[in-house]
Design a binder for this molecule. Sequence first.
Ligand code: TXE
Length: 479
Amino acid sequence: MATTTKHFVAGEWRAGAGASMTDVNPTSGKPLAEFPIGTAEEVDGAVRAARAAFEGGWRDATPNVRRKLLLKLAQLVADNAQELGRIATDDMGMPWAFTMGEAIFTAEYVEYYAGWADKLDGATIPLSASNTLDYTVHEPRGVVAAIVPWNAPLSLALWRAAPALAAGNAMVIKPSELAPLPILRLMDLIAEAGFPPGVVNCVTGSGSETGASLVDHPGVDVVAFTGSTTTGRRVAEAAGRRLIPVSLELGGKSANVVFADADLDAAAVQACVGCFVNTGQQCIAGSRLLVERSIHDAFMEKVTAFARGFAVGDPMQPTTQMGPLISERQLDRVLDFIGSAKTDANIALGGERLGGDLADGYFVPPTVVTGVRNDMRIAREEIFGPVLSVIPFADEAEAIAIANDTDYGLAGGVWTNDLSRAHRVARAIQAGTVWVNSWLAVNPQAPFGGYKSSGIGREGGREAIDVYLQTKNVYVQLH
Ligand code: TXE
């Protein structure tokens, strides 16, 4: 009998009042838990709890109090990395070795933003008017709604929560209906760290009911959303109606460009890792591999040889490198994309659902599709699966044109040993992150976010805090 989870509101666990949904383990296809679908009334209760906490003292908590609480939380997340990792692996299928690492890495994000809590200083501004003192202060906005996806639930929740809390806001988090459990465990750690009741609340449920109620709630002052571009547009429309700021981290279709003069062994490894990690379910997947025509065949031999060696299987095993897709729906979607390429391109590796011991889960192996044109569906839409679309190019100009011929602009990569070309191409790629001779690196200190339809705003670095703050200018007439 699967356990039934609760909402976390005003520092206490509250049973759901409405219907529930089943959370499924994607490795076994078996139910893991029942979780309540937060109703509009429950969302209202959570937003009111956040507002009460904000106005009842949290807004005025001194920066060093916020810093210490965040440092405590970072420590708890790191100390509980094994358990948090196991919960995430059961819930969404990323291998345990990686979900544990994700928890430890995410603790560093929280530490980093703890450091910002007491450094959000304003300015004194010299005016042309004499006898006037002018200064600015940055104030928290109030209640932040954070809508979180399933592909890295813990880190994507804390990438939002850490800067929002460092800035002095209260929040309501809505986890994805596909992987709510790591975030519910995080609520225990938030309480244990000592955050006052109501500062962080969590309401589970569907996007159409719970998520939409939260985004539309008049008590929400900022919406921070990570998810698909389609839903991101809906969220931005709702925020636009209420004229509140929104930060959107959306999808991608990133191009990884490999020139003939690159270190081809390193490029082949990273082309695979950058696309297949987390079963391709990452916004920064290097899902379009652009290869200079003169080295195409030799390079693709290296890529397919490495991809073939990926250990796919039970994500709780320490040697597993790739687990299942998140759901049966995602499995069907990925197979449909692969099917769409079968007539016009060449499936060089993978392409079929895995059976045998893995037949109950949603497993697809690393899949390499060669001979792809950039106008094909697999090259244009975000697949969110382990599918690498390989597109040949003749020269630098063509590579840049193909890389930028997309609605998305989250990331890009360039592999070359020519220093000038590396910088030229990095400058030309229209994306929020460009990796040179690497792929996948993200860091708390560095901004991360999208150009074009990949989003608005940045996570990481000082910039991530701005959306959670508003600036007040104070004029003081001196006599
Ligand atoms: O995403 P959704 P889904 C992409 C990826 C994937 C596809 C679908 O291509 O295959 O999106 O995934 C909440 N108002 N990414 O359906 O719908 C929802 O409950 C408010 C890329 O899971 O965008 C969940 O909490 N909230 C991405 C969150 O939005 C709503 C990560 C994301 O769900 C809502 C995830 C509404 N109207 C998917 N509708 C990335 N950038 O990494 C849904 N939600």
